[in-house]
Design a protein around this ligand. Sequence first.
Ligand code: ADP
Ligand code: MG
Length: 311
Amino acid sequence: MNIPSAISIRDLRKTYAGVKGEPGKEALKGVSFDVPQGQIFGLLGPNGAGKSTLINILAGLVVKTGGSAEIWGFDIDEHRRNASRSIGIVPQEIVFDPFFTPYEVLENQAGFYGIAKQLRRSEDLLAAVRLSDKRDAYARTLSGGMKRRLLVAKAMVHSPPILVLDEPTAGVDVELRRQLWELVKRLNDDGVTVVLTTHYLEEAEQLCDRIAIINHGECIANKPTRELIEMAREKIVSVTLDKDLATPPRHDAFAKVEQTAARSVEVTYDKDRLTAGQVLAILQDQGLVVQDVTTREADLEDVFVQLTGSG
Ligand code: ADP
Ligand code: MG
């Protein structure tokens, strides 16, 4: 179960300098995680969490304040060139020179990496992102979705083993999102390790083998997607009793019991094992008189909200 790491981040820190005496912004507060090779890894977090800062450090666009990062085994400080050659990054912002055609965009990028003409694969890449028919159109005439796909092709020009997409589907319509997911899956099937940042839970849940959650510059979860969803298997019953409790009730079938007030307890249970009715029956068997009940079902969103503490 020890998959080698495509990316390895240790105690990564970034504080943006404050302008004119204002305090600096601590965007990353010591983040550590590993991206296993061959996986689709989701970096999930609300806006302002620090996702782009982290990606931009890997891209060499932002200078970290502390910690270290390795890309495909290359330290980003000591082996910047090899690190950069091992990763393709699709930035959050779409930026193109509007007067280049998709073919020229890819050829220019190949030139930037010093790839010999006969080794270039611009036509193949255009085909892979379904843009062959737009080969000679000006970039400014492409739709938003086509531009995103072109950016993916551009990031893959030097055939890196890792592709990083920063919020690829923010503000993108359903159909395009589906197309992008398909493209990401196809690349991953071909062996490319994919990292994508998103604030869409559903997207992360459907695409990713593993999800790390980042909030206020801290990594607060990092688990296989299945395990995160397991956390959402839980259901919660809140009950109010007729008198104060000396000790919270206990039962082997309960996942967790929390006394929330003198007469209130919250019982967390696995919905595959128990029903709310059975929970109440267990409480009554223990001699407790239930006066009021509310139930709540946890989903991945709940897990996310619980972890991030955001409403
Ligand atoms: P995310 O991509 O998760 O939305 P960012 O990494 O863009 O988060 O931002 C993290 C925090 O750092 C935010 O509070 C943001 O305002 C701040 N930040 C980002 N870029 C800069 C910058 N160039 N200068 C100062 N603060 C920045
Ligand atoms: Mg961002």
